[in-house]
Design a protein around this ligand. Sequence first.
Ligand code: PHE
Ligand code: NA
Length: 448
Amino acid sequence: MSIKQHQHAHWSSRLGFILAATGSAVGLGNIWKFPYMVGESGGAAFVLVYLLCIALIGLPILVTEWLIGRRGQNNPANAMADLAKAAGRPRAWMLVGISGILGAFLILSFYSVIGGWSLYYTLNSVTGAFSGQDADGIGALFNAMLGNPGLLLAGHSVFMLLVIGIVARGVTKGIESAARLLMPALGVLLVVLVGYGMSTGHFGEAVSYLFNPDWSKLSGETVLAALGHAFFTLSLGMGIMMAYGSYLGEEVNLLKTARTVVIMDTVIALGAGLAIFPLVFANDLDLASGPGLIFVTLPLAFGQMGGGIVVGLMFFLLLTFAALTSAISLLEPVVEFVEERTPLSRVASTLVSGVGAWALGIAALLSFNLWSDPVLFGLNVFDLLDKLTSKFMLPLTGLGAIVFTSWYLDKESVRRELGMDVYDFSLWSLITRFIAPIGVAVVFFSSL
Ligand code: PHE
Ligand code: NA
């Protein structure tokens, strides 16, 4: 099927794979969105609902994507086509892989723009740009960045260059090495920041904000939000986990590994809340929603508190590392596809894919200034890319992957591959054939 024969790469160890997959999962969803959602939606009550969604939808689809990738030992499109053929199903199932790859490409284009913001704010913390600023000054800094195409382009370009540089070096030398370096660094930064939060005298407030169960705040809407987030936070529906799974060997236990990645993702999200909220409370700031919390509220806190330069630098480094490991995972399925379907080398495939996403990203960053007019459906390019991927492509891709696997793959071989006994597998079948697909379908239709 693939045009050229090649050695398919493999992770050098299970730990390397876990770090790379966790690196993909941990991103803005953990550091900005999850803490905010928990606080808004009922604390521990929301966390419980979220964990249920992770168990019933997130984890099964994660395992499913890895399983497809590992069986295929090929990029998501070819893997789906090969598995469909072996199962006697139409070749059109490869559309599931293609839409994942395309989704990753589109998301990368605007994700890199935000990565650029993160780089710029890392620089701002070092130069002391937040020091002594009031809310107006910090707001003006943010708006001046958005209104400056050259600055946005510089951040976007440097960020994309880093992503291309890492991915071009390959799966083990590039992605895995970066994850081995960045993920422990991210962990240390987070622990120090939580420690700092404890010293503010407002840690208790943050803990009760995050964990006090308030069942009255739970609504159908928050349950839907938890479902959607379970999907997004694990980087599902983008071909990412299929691509990462294609570099796995037989010896890795998918269920156990998925559990580890899910736990790390959740712990880091809760840790981010414990790092951020004490600063917000200690400085009497608003828990504003949107990008505001990270790029306006927190810099205000960094500018007001003692040691704010160091704490601010650590925070934005954390954010940059999280964005970087997610962005490399977005580029990988695209590169794997190009490399396996064309005569191009790894390096050339990375350049073609990365420069393509970079070019599209320019249209996205102009949405904040020169080209803010709607282009389609009343949305500018940035919002259009965001909505198209998160509302349509991701859920449909994830749905396709889990329906195909649970209904069309030989059940006995899947049961053995997952190392389950007959009883556990009947529960697994119930979840993967009915509960998870219905859950995704509900989120999909309710978001339209
Ligand atoms: N999983 C990431 C998060 O929680 C989001 C992400 C989506 C990352 C898609 C990469 C690709 O922030
Ligand atoms: Na996440």
